[in-house]
Design a protein around this ligand. Sequence first.
Ligand code: F6P
Length: 572
Amino acid sequence: MIPATRAGTLGCVTAPVDATATPAWSELSSLRDSFAPDLRDWFAIDPRRAERLSFELADLHVDLSKNLVTDEILAALVRLAEQTGVAERYAAMLAGEHINTTEDRAVLHTALRRPAGAEPALVVDGQHIDADMQSVLTAMTEFATRVRAGEWTGVTGKKVMHIVNIGIGGSDLGPVMVSAALEPYATAGIQARFVSNIDPFDLANKTKDLDPETTLFIVASKTFTTLETLTNARLARDWLWAGLEASGAIDGSDEAKKDAVAHHFVAVSTALDKVADFGIDPVNAFGFWDWVGGRYSVDSAIGLSLMIELGPDVFRELLAGFHAVDEHVRTTPLERNVPVLMGLLNVWYSNFLGAQSHAVLPYAQQLSRFAAYLQQLTMESNGKSVRWDGSPVTTDTGEVFWGEPGTNGQHAFYQLIHQGTRLIPADFIAFANPAYPLEDGGRDVHGLFLSNFLAQTKALAFGKTAAEVEAEGTTGPLVAARTFAGNKPTTSIFAPALTPAVLGQLVALYEHITFTQGAIWGVNSFDQWGVELGKQLALQIAPAIEGDEAAIAAQDASTRSLLAYYAAHRTR
Ligand code: F6P
């Protein structure tokens, strides 16, 4: 999608275009005013609709035909992308311009998955990006290989059997999601666990059955300042020391404790000085850079836990999947650019048809954490009220992303999607082949599973008319209750199997959808100032929780009353 004249140039970040002031926006507004979606009719009069609106994106087959769009609307949406400069912004990102204006940073997560030897070499702000990225990847590979082979051991010489990743947000959600998704590839007998919450239950629960002698902690924090992560890392260190001392593995001297940390703790961070302050030798730290946003970092050293659990080859396959989609986005014209089209559809639904949320419904239990991962990716990126130049946005931004794997969701919230009053566009994700093929009385269970995916998208699109309900013998008020309006928009994403490459493609797809929407709305999708106030206030309130009278008095009436409740009920 990148204009040839633009690729590779460096320049100032341009002012955002006001999407609502473009001719395409006016065009879309008038199309919306006379819009009467009728998927039954559209499919009936155009037998090629499914074929025309289905796209191949690397290994993904993406069927957009059950969306509430006509060719006219799609063409106007593409014009909106042109008029708001989506391609130019993408080019600016790839060229290393500081499009993250509020933090004055480049945004280069796509560089993390460039293959070795990619030409031309990427040099940004004087940094040789490819060389640095490859050298961290090599260090990760060597370390992961040693751990998997039992050459890197705990302090008593035992092989590592469990790795515990301590991180939160982008330093947790990606690895958690991928670890669950690619569980069938974890064949080395090493299991990864993930501790994120400062709720002490999380660490206590995830370590209670572990042997300190065979446990390796990875402290993953871009900034190495995050309260939750550093608190949990200190608790983990205490747990390690206490366990090793109790079993007589170490004698409790400072030197023995230091040695234990050297064997059982490594770190992933952009702040290697802070890693050293914590007591982890920077030799045992894996770096990344400020141009990788937390929620875009699963393919950086933040994925170290994955490389150990799943193996370096699997990790590289994952990266190759990301890169395949990056290449599609870079080289494909807007009107056939799948992530761009999906981002435009989201704009159509949220800004013109009033949708407020977006469901992501994987027909794969392994993707149980996919929606949670997407929540940070999409909502931390595009939940903004000001544009990248500080001016207020001119239309609604962001959508609430949510979802659960099918078929579980069918027995929980699908009712509202089918017959509720709200418009909820939904992405269905399915795989032709299961990780574990099983038969029930000679019947392929995965086939049964997939028939649910097909049935749901069909029911949502085409519904069931009152006449059809009556034809089945239903009469009276029950007819209305059993009628399905249809015209509920869905996108179907189908792939041969949930391989590492396919997973990389899926994540990259959503990264670029998010990018497209952010570019149209004119927001900086790469900062997250909205999480700062709560962090600051938590630190201010901590003394009040501990009973400091002045700190209690400084609170508002509601907070004071909640503090009083806590003081009256705490039993410790
Ligand atoms: O929640 C805010 C945030 O800054 C996220 O963007 C980030 O992924 C997370 O905290 C963790 O930050 P860090 O990796 O620096 O510990």
